[in-house]
Design a protein around this ligand. Structure first.
Ligand code: F1P
Length: 307
């Protein structure tokens, strides 16, 4: 079995462990999320959910902070890095600290550079991963952030979503598709961004992500019968209409929603960690179908280290 598959399958068990991790967001605090790649996407999704629920939060790439040596005003910066060693994030942490902003590092690696620099750290070492691409660790960190707004035990539901993803995705003839489009609003736009990254990293596919109704405004011109459109919808009538239109044009859709092909519970956006499971599994399955090793994707390393 590949490490990636193992790291996806162990998600329900890891979520069970999250009960022992204490983390809370405060309404009067201004948060800034900082990260690269999937870790940036974690910040992007969480910032959106926080804003929708009346909290103050923003997100920036570590590379931007490092390159321009400046950072927007905030009370607490949350630096996310699974490995704790990504150059841009480590350098951004130091710049932010020097600007007098409190820093919290979120990592899955013990004794890493990020925890040495940050004022505080949360080390989720039980979610440390062997494979290059973030899967289970992403769901775990996201669930921790969601629980920081409103507590929810995702362990049982995640097993159901995992089983359903396995059942549904195994019925799709993945060899037919060479173009993957991910659609979603608000926090689901972040899910879509991460979905696109998974299919790109693991399976080297041509990918896109958009807000659903934006798809008709240009990107739809590239749609063919070899396109699989994954829509993380909120079951709105307009999203349903779009699905019909996409099908009429000959492409295939996979809807992840409360009543979709793969169903997730409606928790007013807080179900977002569950929405990641099908897309990670899809990335893994497409990589296998292409004959690639999902654990060690082309040109990538577990953490990017700049000279
Ligand atoms: C960030 C990251 C990964 C990506 C790739 C390169 O790593 O961008 O998200 O999959 O392998 O590194 P980290 O800072 O979270 O360790």
């Amino acid at each position: 079995m590949s490490y990636t598959l193992d790291e996806i399958i162990r998600i329900p068990g890891m979520l069970e462990n999250l009960k022992n991790v204490k983390f809370n967001f405060l309404k009067d605090t201004n948060y800034l999320f900082v990260g690269c790649g999937s870790s940036y996407n974690l910040g992007f999704i969480t910032k959106t959910l926080l804003n929708l629920n009346g909290y103050k939060a923003d997100v920036v790439t570590s590379g931007h902070v490092m390159l321009f040596n400046k950072v927007q005003k905030s009370d607490i910066a949350i630096l996310i890095t699974r490995t704790g060693e990504t150059t841009e994030t480590v350098k951004a942490a130091q710049i932010i600290k020097n600007a007098g902003i409190k820093t919290i590092g979120i990592t899955c690696t013990k004794n890493s550079t990020i925890s040495k620099i940050c004022d505080d750290s949360i080390i989720l070492d039980f979610a440390e991963e062997k494979s290059v691409v973030m899967t289970g660790s992403f769901v775990l960190i996201l669930a921790m952030f969601v629980n920081g707004i409103k507590y929810h035990d995702f362990s049982e539901e995640s097993q159901k979503v995992l089983d359903l993803s396995d059942k549904i995705i195994n019925t799709i003839n993945l060899g037919k598709y060479e173009h993957f489009v991910f659609l979603g609003y608000d926090e689901n736009l972040g899910v879509s961004k991460e979905g696109a990254l998974k299919l790109q990293e693991m399976a080297l596919q041509y990918v896109e992500y958009h807000e659903p109704l934006e798809y008709r405004h240009g990107p739809i011109s590239r749609l063919t019968e070899k396109t699989l459109v994954v829509i993380n919808s909120k079951d709105t009538a307009e999203e349903k209409k779009l699905i019909k239109d996409i099908k009429k044009l000959g492409a295939t859709t996979l809807e992840i929603s409360f009543e979709g092909d793969i169903s997730v519970p409606n928790l007013n956006g807080f179900e977002v960690p569950l929405r990641l499971i099908p897309i990670q599994y899809l990335g893994y399955k497409k990589a296998i179908q292409m004959g690639y090793n999902p654990d060690t994707p082309k040109n990538l390393s577990k953490s990017v280290k700049l000279e």
